[in-house]
Design a binder for this molecule. Sequence first.
Ligand code: GUN
Ligand code: ZN
Length: 439
Amino acid sequence: TNNDSRVIRAELLSFDADPGEGDNPAEGSVRHYTDGALWLENGRIKAIDDYATLAPRLPEGIETVDHRGKLVMPGFIDSHVHYVQLEIMASYGRQLLDWLNDYTFPEECRFAQYEHALALSNAFLDEMLRVGTTTAQVFCSSHPDSADAFFTASSKRNLRMLAGKVLMDRNAPEALCDDTLGGIRDTERLIADWHGTRRLGYSLTPRFAPTSTREQLDATGGLLRNDPSLWLQTHLSENTGELDWVAELFPDSHDYLHVYEQSGLVGPRSTFAHGIHLDQDMRRRLAERGANLAFCPSSNLFLGSGLFDRLAAREVGLDITYASDVGGGTDLSGLATLKAAYQVGQLRGQPLTAWQGLYGLTLGNAKALSLDDKIGRLAPDLEADFVVLDPEATPLLARRHARCRTLGERLFALMMLGDDRSILETWAGGKCQHRREQA
Ligand code: GUN
Ligand code: ZN
């Protein structure tokens, strides 16, 4: 038998397709084993089945991890987060533009130092694993060293991560602004060093329209055209003050999205964070290009940005991803993001089922980020990134759990009440990389 082979025995839950908006999941969308077996080999999933069915096929003497009573799901994915803002979470800043100037920009200046960036990268990854997140699309700062540090830390842990150095050549403190084309050259060097290395991918990262010149946005579009395997991440229509500023800075663009379209930044691997203040035509244009909108509910509530219209996006077939947007967001946890998404949905008359939320956090995010051939499901040949949830992590959760009759009820209670204590273990690349210390 292979040294790096083991089987996890637990309740298993994974999505094979979008469960839809109904109270019950669409037929064939949910894969669930009450007493399941997940067979791992060389960092990948070799097989998944009922334990009783798989057991006779297992090699003699294979290590079995007995997690009966626990729930195993694919590792959570965060489609938009700023690692450089970890230490300014929950800084009272009213709304977006003040918050950027008062807290965010000064904080990001500290990442000019490689040693600081590496320490914070490791602290950030520790926190991600503590909450069950195994993949994220990450903003670094504008300093190339901040991206080198993040990729180095992610590579050491063999994590699947997307990240990029922020491009910003105006309207920010001088210490944060890059040179218009110097920022592009630094980006090209980072792509050469990291894109496709181990489990890492490069995401082109123009911060948002107000902090890049047209020349820099055009050059970014040029990089994307030359290599369609690159990702792209930016912000779009988060805050009404931001909208007015963009209209002023780009008088030749007929709306905010048009600024990005004119530079060739809207494609199937583009993630636009927030997208709150959009009309249906803009949503349709995003959908036609296969882009996705990152729904950042805890951030949108914290910065008072607005209530994301999830169903308007769905109506035109526009992909939604779920994101913490830390440091604008108040919680790194995917479960906390879903709880906030549910609350936003309630205020919009668009409640979020646990099926839809947990699908979004796993396969939905993986699909929208074009990573579903590698992660997002418990399925043969996919990478062994998964989370072991303890449905009875606290006395209160155990009480609530005991009262649940259906899987749907249990998942909803977990989505609303679960937190980092619910994450017993986080596995990435076939290795247990986090185990909660028992109280
Ligand atoms: N828009 C431009 N930069 C940022 C940022 O760092 N956070 C948020 N939430 N919005 C932004
Ligand atoms: Zn953001």
